[in-house]
Design a protein around this ligand. Structure first.
Ligand SMILES: Nc1ncnc2c1ncn2[C@@H]1O[C@H](COP(=O)(O)OP(=O)(O)OP(=O)(O)O)[C@@H](O)[C@H]1O
Ligand SMILES: [Mg+2]
Ligand SMILES: [Mg+2]
Length: 486
């Protein structure tokens, strides 16, 4: 398999990046062109897509939505109590204690209304200046949450770019980062675009606020939010089914998908759902990476300075003119994503195709048919709580393992699905990643493990669990994993 070297694709710093010339809305019509047939087929496909979405239950049920709303309401109550407690501990004057307040702002897929049943709730805790992150957030609020009967599996992720607490509230995963504003009273729906609230805020708080800013920007630039939500929900499902969703594993995360979909939507706001999907595949199957995808036309070129020119797919972060979404994309995952986009394009391009079926477009990626060998990554720990910490840490370092395996085999497909081994009784998680079969090449898995251990041993503060790596042939894959779609 041939890959471009990332360094050969650096962008010269004097290039002005205009959006690439992709005026195509629909593929070339058949000859003789029959516009009414074209229109009918396009509408028919949009209708069958809506049916497909309903069958897949892409929108969570009203009960699930209520559960989420309730979780946010309770979290708001907890942070309100917390900030009063912290104000007392800091011995603030009584009148200040009386007026001080903190709040929760939702962002990410939940904030945009494009979440699925498996999505987390991204909830930013916004508090006044006197509540420190190290002590008041990660200790005092952590302890209060831990004592709440609805909260389980709470972990502090202090070393992340955006430090946060991650836990389950009534079974729903919550990501809770933290931002401090230079005010005493934080209104419930504080306007974080108002410069008054942004005065002299610290770096971490600015970064933590970027998700909320990004959502505001998307909502501002996207014309018809309901259609946008449907489109994004569909394409996120497509990315998940095809195994190319998940930032930690080197694929597209929610934020990347949001920007790509918004890019298409901005250009064709009146197109049907079917045409928008066709356009998405058409545009990104042939996108001249690493030309960045940007939502604002004629965007300042100072942004170019901020591009990591080794990035395979630079995608502008819609919260700042100077930032790009963080990615873990490697040459293998870049190749996989592009192959999937091309597949999507090939399957949707011909409106007159007689046996067209959305089920085929959204078919799960058949790993066991595609690869002859796999690397099995077995992670375990003595209890479920420690396993959560351990797996979270290893996942945050997975890009390193993908690169090591790429170096040896030329290609590695880090399947994001987590499996379990029915023969094991200890708390554990298993990953099976597809590998390119290279004739007469025996992988020295101990060497791979040794190299990866060097990466994971650096900086972990919890109790390390166990990690086993082994190479399996397709015929050795467990039946249960095959039944789960491996
Ligand atoms: N790689 C990244 N680069 C920049 N911002 C990110 C990145 N990952 C996450 N974020 C910010 O955090 C938010 C929440 O991320 P998350 O991974 O939960 O994705 P999501 O869009 O909410 O999708 P999902 O439904 O899978 O949760 C994003 O909307 C974005 O604002
Ligand atoms: Mg999310
Ligand atoms: Mg999240």
């Amino acid at each position: 398999m041939e890959f471009e070297s990332p360094t050969s694709r650096c962008i010269p710093s004097d290039v002005v990046l205009d959006p690439p010339p992709f005026p195509i809305i629909l593929p070339p019509p058949p000859f003789p062109f029959n516009p009414s047939l074209f229109f009918v087929m396009d509408n028919q496909r949009s209708i069958s897509l809506l049916q497909f979405m309903a069958d897949e239950e892409l929108v969570p049920s009203p009960d699930e939505e209520d559960k989420r709303k309730n979780a946010i309401k309770k979290l708001k109550q907890i942070v309100s109590l917390w900030i009063k407690k912290v104000a007392c501990q800091h011995q603030l004057p009584k009148h200040q204690i009386a007026v001080t307040s903190a709040t929760i702002l939702t962002y990410g897929s939940y904030g945009l209304g494009v979440h699925s049943s498996e999505s987390d709730i991204d909830a930013l805790c916004v508090a006044p200046f006197f509540a420190s992150i190290a002590e008041d957030f990660f200790v005092v609020l952590h302890d209060m949450l831990k004592r709440s009967p609805e909260v389980s599996d709470i972990h502090c992720v202090k070393s992340a770019k955006v430090p946060l607490m991650r836990f389950k509230f009534d079974g729903i995963s919550i990501d809770l980062p933290y931002a401090r504003l230079n005010v005493l009273y934080v209104p419930e729906n504080v306007d974080i675009l108002n410069p008054f609230f942004m005065r002299n805020i610290d770096d971490t708080s600015w970064k933590s606020l970027s998700g909320v800013r990004a959502n505001r920007h998307i909502l501002h630039v996207v014309p018809n939010i309901e259609k946008f939500q449907s489109l994004l929900r569909c394409l996120k499902l497509w990315a998940k089914r095809r195994g190319v969703y998940g930032n930690l594993l080197g694929y597209l995360g929610g934020v990347h998908m949001t920007v790509l979909v918004a890019y298409v939507f901005q250009r064709h706001p009146d197109a049907t759902l079917n045409s928008l999907i066709m356009n998405f595949f058409q545009i990104f199957a042939f996108w001249p990476w690493p030309t960045p995808v940007m939502l604002q036309e004629g965007m300042l070129l100072t942004a170019l300075d901020a591009i990591d020119t080794r990035s395979f797919m630079p995608i502008w972060l819609p919260s700042s003119p100077y930032e790009f979404c963080h990615t873990n994309i490697t040459k293998s995952t870049f190749h996989r994503i592009r192959t999937e986009l091309l597949r999507g394009h090939n399957m949707t391009r011909d409106l007159l195709k007689t046996n067209f079926n959305w089920d085929d477009v959204f078919e799960s990626f058949p790993y066991s048919k595609r690869y002859l060998q796999f690397v099995k990554i077995y992670l375990s720990s003595h209890n479920q709580y420690a396993l959560g910490d351990w797996v979270g840490w290893i996942k945050s370092r997975f890009r390193g393992l993908v690169v090591i395996l790429e170096g040896i085999q030329g290609f590695c497909d880090p399947n994001p699905t987590e499996y379990t081994d029915s023969e094991q009784t200890e708390p554990h998680v298993v990953f099976y990643w597809g590998l390119q079969h290279v004739k007469n090449n025996i992988i020295d898995i101990d060497l791979v493990k040794g190299e990866f251990m060097k990466i994971i041993n650096n900086g972990y503060e919890g109790t390390p669990g166990r990690m086993e790596l082994s190479i399996l042939l397709t015929s050795q894959l467990p039946k249960k994993a095959l039944m789960m779609g491996l």
